[in-house]
Each structure stands twice: as structure tokens, then as C-alpha cells.
Design a protein around this ligand. Sequence first.
Ligand SMILES: CC(C)(COP(=O)(O)OP(=O)(O)OC[C@H]1O[C@@H](n2cnc3c(N)ncnc32)[C@H](O)[C@@H]1OP(=O)(O)O)[C@@H](O)C(=O)NCCC(=O)NCCS
Length: 476
Amino acid sequence: MSFEPRSIPVDPDAKGALASKGLDYRLIDPSDTGALDGWIDADHRGFHHARPREVTREYERRVMGERRLHGVFDPGVPDPNVPVATVSSWPTGLSVPGGRSVDGWAVSSVTVSPTHRRRGIARAMMEAELRSAKQAGAAVAMLTVTEATIYGRYGYAPAARAATIEIDRRRARWIGPSSPGRVHFVEPAALRDAAAAISRRAVARTPGEIDRWSGILDRMLGLVDPDSDASRALRAIRYDDEHGQPQGFAAFRVTREPNEPGWAEFDVLAAATDDAERALWRVLVEQDFVSGVRGRLRSVDEPIEWLLEDPRAVRVTEASDHLWVRIVDAAAALGARRYGAAGELALDIEDPLGYAAGRYTLLASADGRAVVHVPRADGSTDGAGAGSSGTTAAPKRERSRARASAEGSGSRSAARAAEPRSLKLDVRDLASIYLGGVRPSVLARAGRITASSNGALELADRMFASTRAPHLSIWF
Ligand SMILES: CC(C)(COP(=O)(O)OP(=O)(O)OC[C@H]1O[C@@H](n2cnc3c(N)ncnc32)[C@H](O)[C@@H]1OP(=O)(O)O)[C@@H](O)C(=O)NCCC(=O)NCCS
């Protein structure tokens, strides 16, 4: 998706709604440093961060200058150049099952000053972001959340989880295979380019990860403020394969009291290969003079416990929702991923905001590719009606074959069946099953999804399964 941050005009509905409250909703011009700094100050205040130091401000200017920034201004406050509400957004890829990526719209920096809360400012901004996402051609909108009760009302739902994992050093005896390459300590600044290349490959193989913006690696590697105590405490390691090619990296710090063993803590471990992942874990868990290792934002199906003699050395101390997704264009979203099984499945999607409402018939073949039959403007679903990219109307022959394949080999009666198996679900439930993070049958047990038959649920479970659990390893 090519994008010029200010190419989409300010949303007129949000502008009107906020103007009726005496507030001015407008786009920030990043080349206006005064306006950008006011926005950055409001964002920091909204998240209860300290006032930015100059070095942080420079970093923020660089990152935010590439995004679409909105502020809500109140002419009645003592400093009217600092907005009372902020939001940022940008187009970015989201990795989906099958090693592919879907066009996404990332939303971040949602803050409303405590002096202006609960007047509908966040609602106006969030609804505007969905309209902008649609205009930009995104299939999904996405965000990470401070509280899990804010965004469901706009159709977002948890789609990928993340875990904090602790490993007790005394019990961590490695039984996994040795990787053929080597792990080296490297200076964080020297890792910068290799880290970007490795991250791209690690993101591509993990559903739920989003494309990295350039500044994030500077933050992860402590390069934004390299002289700060936090940055100087960071140690970086890199795995090079047997041919000397960098394939993974991690950055950790050991927190400890003087003369006491501490904890090795890391927020980043990115691996383009399984060898790299194992080798980096091994160096981290086998360190001496530490009580243990704590990894944050790790996958909920990390292989580490299968690499140690004592699986109880590993404790998941926290596992919760992390990436939230909102399906904006269901045909494009469904057509982008690969499916775990062949079959034909109709999805009757309810969407109070209208974006994804209707019947979408998903036709997956044995190689995991799918075509999506999309609703027509007149409400019917049959015949042609190609949706957005990656979707086409399914020819009848293909539909029969996929249906028969879903039923088991040679089932002619299935191929003749008039109606495909179907699920009725809310757009939020579609977001939750989209990356394979929860089985449709679990949401049916929770009373959220209704299936036309038991066979429909079994088929949906198999189709929406992802080989790798969806995982997002950053905040945005
Ligand atoms: C969360 C926040 C943005 C809400 O802003 P706001 O302008 O007060 O929200 P609105 O008045 O537009 O409320 C819209 C709806 O969200 C609900 N809501 C707002 N904040 C909520 C919260 N923290 N938890 C649950 N619901 C919340 C409101 O009750 C309202 O519900 P309704 O319209 O369905 O009746 C604001 O409180 C804030 O800046 N918090 C600190 C920073 C933060 O956590 N940002 C979120 C980043 S992910």
C-alpha cells in the first residue's frame, strides 16, 4: 500500500462531531515542528510518561513524522497548541497464516486528556480511523491496547496473544539439539542493519507480527539514547549460521543487586530460522550468575520447554491478549491468508458498523489458497462479484471439488449439497479466529458463534488453524 500520510482528507464526520463540542479536530503537519512537538507532548502526557528529553523528542519527531497524526484542540485551554487528544495511524503489513501479509492500518497513540474524558472524543477519533483505513484500502485495522474493554465497541477483538516466560536457571539443563552456527556478543549499534534484515524475515514467518518501522529497532537496541543507564545495560547477541550469515539476534539486560545473581531480561529475540531461535535461547538460559531468564512478549507456543530436561523450569507468568484486529474488508482479509484444510464454508458476519456485514463464502483448496464469494450490493451472494485483491468468485466446478474434499474423498452427495456449511458470527469473532489464535469451536462453546451443523464447526476449526500460533512481539 503506497501512502502519503496526509493524502486522505480530515474525516468530515469526526470534525463536525467535535466542532459541535467546541473542539477542533485536525491533521498535524509534521514539517511544522511546533505543532509536532505539541502533539508529542500531549501523547507523552496521555500515557503518563515523563516530559520528553531532547533526545527522545528527536526520535519521536522522526518516527511520528512518517505517520498520519491527528490532534483535537481546545481553544479554551492555557496552551492551545497542545492538543487535548491524539491519535496516530499508518499503513503496514500484518503477517497472516501461510507466510503472506495483508494490508493493515495500524492505530496508535490514542489519548484523551483526563480534563476532557468521556465526552465522546475517543469515539469520534476511532470511528474516523476506521473510515480512513477503508479509504486507504486496508483489509484490517489493528492496535495494541492498554485496557481490554475499550475497543470491542468498534469491532476490534484479540487476535494474537503474548506471554511472559520465566526460566529457572538451576533447573535449565539443555537437552535440545545444538545449532550448527555460533552466537556472538555484538555492539548494539553494529547490529542495526542485520537486525532489520532478520526482523523482516522473522515477521514474515509469524502470523500476528506487523512490519517494523525503522525507528523501532533503534529503541529495541538502546540506540535512541545510548548514554542512558538503560541503554548501557543492554547486551546484544547475534546468531550466525554455519556459513557466517546472521539469522537471529536478542538484546537483554541483567537486573541485579550488587553481589547477588540477577535476572536476565529480554524484550527482543528475533529469529529467521529455528536453529537461530534455539541457539539464542540456549545462550540466554545457560548463563551463569543469574537466577533465571525472563522473556516478555513471547509466543504462547514457545518451544523452550521442549528443549530443557525439566519442563517445569519454564513458567508462563502471564499470557494475555496482545494484538487486536478489526476486519475492515472481509473479502480481502479472508482471501489473503492460507487455510489449514480444503473446504467450502459460508460465514454470515454481523457488523454493527457495516464494514464486513454479509455472507462470505470461503472456498479453500488443498494447497490452502482460498477464493471468497462476496455479497453483492443487492444482498445476494451468488454468481460473480469479485471482492478486493486476492478474491474472486468461485467457479462451480471448483466449489464442488472443494466441498467434496472437505467431506472426505469421493463424497458425491456432499458435492451435490445445495448449501455450504455455515457459521454465524460477529465481526469481532471473525477477527479472533482470523489468524488462528482461537478455534471457532471454542467460540461456539462460549455461545458467540452459531454453526449450521457440527460438521461446520469441525471444518471451520481445520480451515482456520495456523501451523504457528499467532504472535506479536512488540507494542505499537
Ligand atoms: C481510553 C481513552 C482514550 C478514552 O477516551 P474518552 O474520550 O474518554 O472516551 P469516549 O468518551 O469517546 O468513550 C467512548 C466509549 O468508550 C468507553 N470507554 C472510554 N474509556 C474506557 C475505558 N478505559 N474502559 C472501558 N471503556 C471505556 C466509554 O464509556 C464510551 O462508551 P460508549 O460510547 O459505548 O457508551 C482515555 O481515557 C485515555 O486517554 N486513557 C489513557 C491513555 C490510554 O489508555 N489510551 C488507550 C491506548 S490503547
